[in-house]
Design a protein around this ligand. Structure first.
Ligand SMILES: C[S@@+](CC[C@H](N)C(=O)[O-])C[C@H]1O[C@@H](n2cnc3c(N)ncnc32)[C@H](O)[C@@H]1O
Length: 540
């Protein structure tokens, strides 16, 4: 949902502290009124401090609940910091410790329930309590032998932890159940049938959760399906050092989807989610996140949202056949030399595609087929990448089949731009020129698709870093005295510094234990070294 509906704010209200008629209001949330400053100070001390948020949750027939900014937000402003109500393994996961979520090899098991863990400290983690209690009571064997492959036993952990909230924390359970489950939409679908076997039946017929009092665990089929729906629609994926887990954050779950989101989020070590404005957001504007993959074309994104989140996206990017001028899904016209085929109506999956130049048409099925074919080729090339094979693929398809910015080629270009200058076959000056140009083109598309770097920070961060390497390679070619004062060298050093600074800005929120966070640290070190080198250049 783009833009903001006009929100008419009331001009007067009741003082939140003493109940008198009031005109002053809290500048952050704009929801609490005060009759005088003393009342505002009092109210802040008495709890408003913890409740004051720069957003409001509203509701509409189209979106359900959604968030709007309650004041103007600057890019980088913190919108929300929230604890999860449940954390646990993803539905499909290799065996991991149920306390710290590191991979396990089976050499240690919980003394009480026999689930594989990494040691005694994790055994007493509060996260692990629900399955540990069920395991102790029921005593069903935890039959995990292969530790290298995903194991179906883990499928029940997250739903079980959600169900156990009923006794452990009734307030959180209520909060959880208030989230959207799309229960009716899911009934009878393949997902529902699979969950019936792997989660509902397994919890009831193997772990016998119906033996627990209903006041402790609601083990009805409907409740378990509702919980799996809530999880699929609302949960977030947390990347930890050695695994990925899920978390449910009830306020975060109020954020609507947009394919050009205006917020970004990260997690801290306490597993809180921190949501920041990715771009400036005006008061009253909707605040959005992204539920799907920013580097997929419109048809794939909409299809994914339809089947996993049960709505058809109509955002600005989805409605624009050029995808914000990038031509990310455009094909080459086979009837004329210069035209590109674009969907005549991108919000209609079955609409024909029309040439921008000669008006020739192709069906949406033909488009799907071409995409499938290129997708397979790119996947095969990326499985064993070489500069030569990727270059040929990008050039051939970019000339004959698809727009050079097409999403399938974009993935190949991301690998290629990192290989130039690293792969021994591409160490020369020519390759570095290609690298520089490819980084520029790549970053142009990133900026158009995701101006706030909400999702593309890791991609753009790498491209900025590689771009600086290409510029620096040119600058370092002639470090002799006669070149020292040349304007070209100075300009290159300035450009390389600016690229590193931008790389650091883009990656600054990435976790330190992830490759992107580590790249940010490398960029900081490189920047310091570059400044030292620059100083030696200008010293007499
Ligand atoms: C994480 S929940 C968001 C909160 C939800 N609206 C509610 O009231 O609980 C995701 C669901 O919100 C709705 N939704 C989110 N973004 C939407 C959008 N851009 N267009 C239509 N529906 C959307 C869909 O029903 C989706 O499955």
């Amino acid at each position: 949902m783009e833009g903001g509906e006009e929100q008419q704010e009331p001009e007067v209200g009741m003082c939140a502290n003493c109940g008198f008629l009031a005109k002053l209001r809290c500048a952050n949330c704009r929801q609490a009124f005060y009759c005088k400053r003393e009342c505002q100070r009092e109210h802040w001390k008495n709890g408003h401090k913890d409740q004051c948020q720069p957003f409001q949750v509203l509701e509409s027939a189209e979106l359900g609940r959604y968030m709007v900014a309650s004041r103007d937000l600057k890019a980088g402003d913190v919108i929300l910091k929230e604890d999860p109500i449940v954390v646990g393994p993803k539905q499909i996961t290799e065996p991991i410790c149920l306390g710290c979520y590191a991979r396990v090899d089976g050499s240690y098991r919980c003394q009480k329930c026999n689930w594989p863990m990494c040691g005694p400290a994790c055994e007493s983690s509060p996260d692990h309590l629900p399955e540990c209690v069920v395991g102790q009571e029921i005593g069903s064997p935890i039959d995990i032998a292969n530790f290298d492959e995903p194991n179906h036993f883990y499928e029940v952990i997250f739903p079980l932890r959600c169900l156990a909230l009923k006794k452990k924390s009734p307030k959180k359970y209520e909060q959880l159940l208030s989230l959207e489950s799309h229960y009716e939409d899911r009934k009878g679908t393949h997902v529902h049938q699979e969950n019936q076997k792997s989660i509902v039946n397994f919890l009831r017929n193997y772990f016998f959760i119906q033996e627990f009092p209903i006041e402790d665990i609601d083990s009805s089929e409907k409740s378990i399906h509702t919980i799996t729906g809530i999880t699929d629609v609302n949960s977030l994926e947390l990347r930890l050092k050695h695994s990925e887990v899920l978390g449910l954050y009830p306020t975060f779950a109020m954020l609507e989807h947009s394919c050009t989101p205006n917020s970004k989020h990260t997690f801290n070590k306490e597993r809180q989610v921190i949501v920041k404005a990715a771009v400036d957001i005006k008061r009253g504007e909707h605040i959005s996140t992204m539920y799907t993959h920013v580097l997929w074309g419109t048809a794939a994104r909409r299809d994914h949202l339809k089947h996993s989140k049960y709505f058809m996206c109509t955002c600005f990017r989805c409605s624009d056949p050029t995808e914000l001028g990038t031509h990310f899904s455009a094909l080459r016209c086979k009837q004329c030399p210069n035209g590109f085929m674009l969907s005549a109506a991108p919000l209609d999956e079955l609409a024909a595609w029309i040439c921008t130049s000669c008006n020739a048409t192709v069906t949406s099925d033909e488009v799907k087929e071409i995409n499938l074919k290129i997708g397979e080729e790119v996947e095969a090339a990326l499985a064993m990448p070489s500069v030569d094979s990727l270059e040929k693929l990008v050039q051939r398809h970019g000339k004959n089949l698809v727009h050079p910015n097409h999403f399938h080629l974009f993935a190949a270009r991301h690998t290629l731009l990192q290989m130039y200058g690293r792969d021994p076959s591409s160490a020369g000056e020519e390759s570095m020129k290609k690298k520089e140009k490819m980084c520029q083109d790549f970053l142009k598309v990133c900026t158009a698709l995701d101006p706030g770097m909400s999702r593309l920070a890791p991609y753009a961060g790498i491209a900025l870093y590689e771009y600086h390497l290409a510029v620096l390679a040119r600058a370092r070619q002639e470090p002799d005295a006669k070149h020292v004062d040349s304007a070209a060298l100075k300009k290159d050093v300035e450009t390389a510094k600016a690229l590193l600074q931008q790389c650091i800005r883009v990656l600054q929120d990435e976790p330190e234990d992830q490759p992107e966070g580590q790249l940010c640290q490398v960029a900081q070190q490189n920047l310091a070294e570059l400044r030292q080198w620059e100083a030696t250049l200008s010293s007499p």
